[in-house]
Design a protein around this ligand. Structure first.
Ligand SMILES: CC(C)(COP(=O)(O)OP(=O)(O)OC[C@H]1O[C@@H](n2cnc3c(N)ncnc32)[C@H](O)[C@@H]1OP(=O)(O)O)[C@@H](O)C(=O)NCCC(=O)NCCS
Length: 218
């Protein structure tokens, strides 16, 4: 993830001990009593990474809570993002004075079943992916890029995006993607200057797809 984001964004990737490290009391209170072991481990690794990323910015690492919709609640003046998938967890943080929003997502690199594919991609995206080099599950990259787009969009705008609301072009040579948000979502956005385009980077390695994007301040 480090290579996918600019230097003003601090990135922390979970090590072996981070999945079972202590949580702050306020973070622990965000975990449902009925949370299963795997959810506890993912949540814990995400919070440990979030605090480590904030410490790397020179900030006092305080609790990152969870909103009712599960969106992370970063301390004032901080923007950030968390992702976890089997065996991998990372968090990133930046000062809101230098970055408007940051998102990242990690997924297992695998073929997506046709039902999921139909749900996440637009016909023109399918057409373009069919022409991309073999050996990579491009739908998995597209899926991850769209999750990243949502993680960039939602903290800034506060509204939902369907998978059809982001039109994503992947550039396999540059390892970049460009997402154009649907005009309807932009027109309905309850904020000034909603993002129209989200530009990010991706990498496929070690059995994972990783994507990340930042929205610069204007
Ligand atoms: C929220 C969502 C993007 C999370 O992605 P995921 O691949 O399921 O899971 P990840 O492990 O990568 O990310 C989970 C983390 O995302 C963060 N997250 C949850 N909701 C979020 C939101 N609204 N905004 C930003 N981050 C959010 C949380 O930190 C969560 O971890 P935590 O619960 O331990 O704190 C996904 O579940 C979702 O709802 N997707 C549908 C919306 C969407 O992607 N639309 C496509 C738009 S083009």
């Amino acid at each position: 993830m480090r290579d996918l984001l600019p230097p003003e964004v601090a990135v922390a990737v979970a090590g072996p001990d981070d999945w079972t490290a202590p949580l702050l009391a306020a973070e622990l209170a965000c975990l449902s009593d009925s949370a299963v072991e795997s959810r506890r481990r993912d949540f814990t690794a995400g919070r440990v990474c979030a605090r480590r990323a904030m410490a790397a910015l020179g900030l006092l690492p305080s609790a990152v809570l969870s909103a009712a919709d599960r969106a992370p609640v970063w301390p004032p003046g901080v923007v950030g993002t968390i992702t976890h998938t089997r065996g991998y967890c990372a968090a990133a943080a930046a000062s809101s004075s230098v970055v408007r929003s940051v998102g990242m997502d990690a997924e297992q690199h695998r073929e997506l079943n046709p039902g999921v594919r139909r749900l996440i991609s637009l016909p023109e995206e399918d057409e373009r992916m069919a022409a991309l080099p073999a050996g990579v599950s491009w739908p998995a990259v597209l899926f991850s890029a769209k999750e990243t787009v949502y993680k960039v969009w939602h903290p800034v705008v506060g509204t939902w995006l369907d998978f059809a609301d982001a039109h994503v072009e992947l550039d396999p040579d540059a390892g970049t993607f460009t997402a154009r948000i649907s005009p309807a979502r932009i027109d309905a956005a309850p904020v000034d200057n909603p993002p129209r385009t989200v530009r990010g980077r991706f990498v496929v390695a070690d059995g994972l797809v990783r994507t990340a994007a930042v929205l610069p301040t204007d």
